[in-house]
Design a protein. Sequence first.
Length: 287
Amino acid sequence: MLLIGLLTLEVWHVSHNLACHLALSKKEVEFNIPVEYGRLVGSWEWGGSFAEIGRQFGIPKETVRDAINRYIKTNSPLPSMKKGAQKKISIEQETHLRLTIHRNPVNNYTDNWKAAVTSVLEVSLATYRKCIKEMGFQQCKSTDVPLLTDVQKKKRLLWCKDKVNWSSEQWESVIWSDESMFRLGRGAAGVTVIRKPGEGLQERYRVGTLKFGNGSLMMWNCFHAKSLGPLVLLRGIIDQDKYITMLSNYAIPWIKSQCYIYNRDFIYQEDGAPVGKNRLKNSAAMK
């Protein structure tokens, strides 16, 4: 009898792992090792009562009873593992989906689904959406960034490094200016991409923006920490003369008023647009 018990114990120990114990009840949480279950059954086969075995192992007698009942019915005292619903796709198919999305991130769900469905992967659109959601992907609006050259990127980085230790008071003395293009008609809402949270600024998920384009309105504005400047509609092609006229009619009067109101000097930070680079060279025209 002892030899049979030991052989049975070895079979339990090899054929079950800790994953089996996901289905344990609260009273069984501390008693979840296959070896302990084997000892429990051995004690019962040697004539021990549920109460005696419970005291021996430090567990409720109900736990002993449940384990012995499972042993009688299934030839194993271990709780069965909850299997749950099986995944629709395998790990290899998940890799295939991930590669398809990375190759075509600007496609929508339907386009990526059509590209992913092959003889290796045959799932419905609804299943595809559910799978990529479980993988951590979601459909988001693309991040619009200016199309910058390497030289422009280097200049911006140097500008940031030069001012990295500025105080709050110094930043409050800066008047920022910029123009924005508002696209009209189809595509005005932007492009959507499929990506994971936190990946919005990666190169593959960004869409470059241009200063000007057909079917659009160009607006200009400036502001500082405590006030907003005038909102100006820029009509037509904005050349150097129009830019200087806009500064003379809107920006400079507003900046002067802010200097008077807050009794301080301000630094006017231009946006770096080509039409504004020669502003100082044409100061006579502004006067």
